[in-house]
Ligand binder design. Sequence first.
Ligand code: MOS
Length: 744
Amino acid sequence: MSDTAQTYPDTPRVDARDKVRGTTRYAADDARADMLHATLAIATIGRGRVDRVSTRAARTIPGVRLVLTHDDAEVAGLKAAGFVMGGGYAFQNFQPMLSPEIAYRGQPIALVVAETLEAATEAAVLVEATYTPAPIQVSLDAPAADIVAQADSPLPKPMFADVATGDADAAFADAPLKIDAAYTGPPQHQNPMELLATVAEWGDDGTLIIHEGTQNAEGVRQGLARQLGLTPDKVRVISPYVGGSFGQKNSLQMHTALTAVAARRLKGPVKLVVPRAQGFHDASFRPASRHRMRLGAERDGRMVAAIHEADSQTSRHDLFPTQYASLTARLYGIGNFRGRERLVRTDVQTPGYMRAPYEHIAAFALEGAVDELAYELDMDPVALRIANDTTTDPITKRPFSSRHLAECLRRGAERFGWSRRAMAPGSMRADDGSLVGWGVASGAYPGSTAPAIARLRITDTGGVFIDVGVHEMGQGVRTALAAAVAARLRVPVECVIAEIGDTRGTPQHLTAGAWGTATAVPAAVEAAEAMLDALRHLDPEGADGADGAARRSPAHILKAAGRASLEVEIRRKAQGQPDAIFGQLTQGLVAAAGPEYPEFVTYSYIAHFVEVRIEPGTHRVRIPRVVSVADCGRVVSPRTARSQVAGGVVWGIGASLREVSEVDARFGGFLNDDLADYVVPVNADIGSIEVDLIDEPDPLLNSVGVKTLGEVAMVGVAPAIANAIHHATGRRLRDLPIRIEQVL
Ligand code: MOS
């Protein structure tokens, strides 16, 4: 049942009108009259224990109904939900308020519930605590005892083993040309527009209903059931839209069970919105990392060795695993590779996946080093990259199922006008005297997919309802689902409704790692094929319009057969996954496969071309234009796909030139915890972003030919900018974010 030849029109976003009119309802958009409001009081030391929490003053505020601390037996009795990377459901193992332990600054120490948000906020400030502090360590410069070699850690292997092939050290030693450079990336926070927010309410039958914007409704359900000692059928999680997430809302948050406990105690719905400042400490973030990158090459530009050694921040209580070197090992056809990942324990909440977690910063290091090599060789950076292309994965020796990186580079170079670039740094100037720099970099991202169960129901009134595991986080998956199902059933796009993000439907597996579309759309298309089969049983001629018969619509066929509705269900898993994977799926555990499959390896690719201008007086860096060309397999929803890439470029500009979560070594925590001090790009920072998509179907990954896109969009933006700044100024900047004082 392969139909990768199917192409898709430029479908308008199905939720565009509602979004523009402000009628889209996000999970916690709920203003019922009887709603109670919760806020968190947080720890003001970097680590240690709380000796006493006094809630007396807080309770004097009119309207306060409840203050929960670790002294509350029900709170202290919550079970840990487990770490999402260790067979659990939460972003970290540590659940605050089960004990007096303080693991990091900003950790919740009390939950205050009141009749109004104002009362709750005022009361939370009045929660008083006395502490016994302990020494803290928040930077990568930790004592040796706090540095863990990932290869020797209990993290599951081979997934988190060091990546190696050939003899990289020997090949590097023998290489006539060598690059050896250190790159760093700062901690960063996702800062989605929609804050972390939950509404918890209990039904009369003891069922807990959680309204929360999450990428992982099933994981939140299962995790809460474990924490509260319920069976999973007693918990329902509803996440209709997520107002941005980028990895931050990928698992059970620390405050959700506390909100549920409060709602049960107070016998009414409780809403908790985590203020932005608290979100800096109450959810995962991009860890600080440093990278030593070595490249060895022949004089003709062929890279023969690469060594990538990475240190990445983790918490004291968890090992947040990394796979930085995987990208480095696979972006080019380098025969000898050695990667080494180490984790540095620091006193923060556990870091996590922030778009694109490993690949963004690995590409910054690798693609910076490749540009350095181009200048060592005096070879055009695009030509150097194309000369090191490969069709085989260097690590497994399996073929890439599809790989159009060279085409991305060629097409991007053409659209950008790269042939007019002069190689020498500092050789291009604008009319206003600005230095002009043109930089290029490639990116790649694993082509993962998750198993899915898809249920498709049609009605004799023309309704088409697709229920499949995926979450709408703004990426446009409702549009992609509607476009794909409409094309197969040959019905108008607006008839197709995606029923997603609700655990009452099919299992809502974590939507992350850019696998949402590649997971849900092939499953939906297979359900549509099954529906066509079912319609053929009802009306052999009309379903296909075979033998000269006029083709009849699904609704028409149902009506003629006297059926009000028809439903089909299919199950789909990735190549090589056992049937037992559906057990993991229904338990809300991460069940994704890839990028390695039994017979092939799948990655998505992108090439970014960036122009920077550096103003002569201020040395301010401007980015007037970017051209990005992506290979994401078949494009099911061209409009939202292009929008994903443009958004990824903006995200990359922020990650490169603006964003850093500042740490104070004395006090711990993150200092610039609001959008005034944590600077993200604004409209005035963004110029022209031209996006092109190769739209060649992947022939092996699934029947639609679609690969991943959301994350690869930003991979390579940072090095393209840094390489462009080098081209403008002659300066190699290897630490993010790049700031004016470095450019001066
Ligand atoms: Mo992905 S790290 O969930 O944007």
